[in-house]
Ligand binder design. Structure first.
Ligand code: RNT
Ligand code: ZN
Length: 418
């Protein structure tokens, strides 16, 4: 895209927004400070690098077998860097435990130590990237239907040990990067069919969490993620949204809102202002559920726009961490990262460009039609010109121009894997 054209469009947009009291320069600064946490698992369909890796289990599924998935740590790092080079701004990387650098060794989940993440810590430093982390309870012979909620003590303590070790690792990452590493805890635990032991499982999960969080790890933060159901575990989920909301508010944990983890007509956006009076911080897993928690690539759709708008309207920008969580194996995976990340940014940009104070004034004065008018007008305001300018200033391709870069990377690198 021609630079002069982008500049011209931006100047017009700047004036249009100034008319409604929005300073686009200030918004561009805010967008620059808006950091996503890119999930490493879109690059390889959630396989990870364990030597002993089995198939993906634990209620989640990546569908599609588009050629070119990263097969090892070097390929994954290369893909992530390529994706990052096409996304404006600087973003964190969110690792799962199964993505450790195990160097050909069988390391079971209850044996993992920071040693296996040293090369990630070094890589992150070299590439000016901050890390986040996740314990991994899926895709393991002991995953079964119940991990941390398992009444079988030997299995439960195995996963408690794993999760404690993951917190140690996250803390070491936080120390190394001098910025707290957020460790997300999601376990798939649930039942496929009727069960009479819901209370037992939930009390067991509570007990496990209490043990896991016992030790203070000052350079990491814990986030906890619930969901509605997993595949093969459709009837009951131990760690439901209510369970973790209650736990997070009582024990001061970060609550994770995964946009794919609610009933199809439930609004994840509406949870923001409902839980913020009770939990200090939120972690997002921005995804796109189609029919079920299908983890399609994030796009600039209404639910995602609503989510970011609710955060900005609640003045909670600093209290939210912005993780992505999708894994579509049916399209080019670098393209998936770039589309998902840019779309999340666009949602945030549009939220930041909203003349909230003006609309709020109308609302509080009972001028309902003016509220609607302004909200409708925002949809066609020239926010795209502001995003294009943002890309230009960040030296990344503007608009769809990034497709040429991805095609080139496929020709030079990815095609050699096939
Ligand atoms: C699963 C959760 C979880 C995972 C990742 C791999 O339903 O969304 O966040 O997607 O941890
Ligand atoms: Zn998630």
């Amino acid at each position: 895209m021609k630079e002069a054209l982008v500049k011209k469009a931006y100047e017009v947009a700047k004036e249009r927004y100034a008319e409604i009291g929005i300073d686009t320069e200030k918004v561009l600064e805010q967008l620059q400070n808006f950091h996503l946490s890119l999930h490493c698992w879109q690059a390889d369909d959630v396989k990870g690098f364990e030597v002993q890796a089995g198939s993906l289990s634990g209620g989640i599924q990546s569908t599609g077998d588009f050629p070119g998935a990263a097969r090892n740590i070097d390929e994954l790092r290369s893909d992530i860097l390529k994706a990052k080079s096409l996304i404006p701004g600087n973003h964190r990387l969110n690792l799962h435990e199964i993505y450790g650098d195990f160097k050909g060794k069988v390391v079971d989940r209850d044996e993992v130590t920071v040693e296996y993440f040293q090369s990630w810590i070094d890589w992150a430093k070299e590439n000016n990237t901050l890390l986040d982390f996740n314990s991994s309870s899926f895709s393991h012979p002991k995953s079964g239907n119940l991990s941390l909620a398992n009444p079988d003590e030997s299995i439960r303590t195995f996963w408690v040990e794993h999760t404690k070790r993951c917190r140690e690792i996250a803390n070491a990452m936080g120390e190394a990067q001098n910025d707290p590493c957020i460790m997300n805890l999601w376990v798939h635990d649930g039942c496929k069919d009727m069960s009479v032991n819901h209370a037992l499982y939930r009390n067991t999960l509570k007990k496990s969490l209490d043990e896991i969080f016992e030790k203070d790890q000052p350079m990491m933060k814990d986030s906890i993620e619930g969901k509605v159901f997993g595949i093969g575990l459709e009837s009951f989920t131990v760690g439901s949204h209510d369970f973790y909301t209650a736990y997070a508010s009582k024990y001061d944990k970060i609550l994770t809102i995964d946009t794919g983890h609610y009933h199809p007509t439930e609004s994840p956006a509406d949870k923001v202002s409902a839980v913020l009076p009770f939990v200090k911080e939120l972690m997002l897993h921005v995804s796109r559920p189609i029919r079920w928690d299908s983890d399609h690539v994030t796009i600039m759709d209404d639910p995602t726009l609503d989510l970011f708008s609710e955060i900005v309207r609640a003045d909670a920008l600093e209290r939210v961490h912005y993780g992505l969580d999708f894994f579509d194996g049916s399209i080019n995976r670098i393209g998936a990262y770039v589309i998902g990340s840019r779309s999340a940014q666009k949602c945030m940009l549009r939220a930041l460009l909203e003349p909230k104070d003006l609309i709020s004034k109308y609302e509080l004065a009972g001028e309902g039609y003016k509220v609607l008018t302004m909200l409708e007008e925002q949809k066609a305001m020239p926010w795209q010109a502001v995003y294009d300018e943002f890309c230009l200033r960040n030296n990344v391709p503007v608009g769809a121009d990034f497709m040429a870069d991805i095609d080139q990377y496929v020709a030079d690198v990815v095609s050699k894997r096939i």
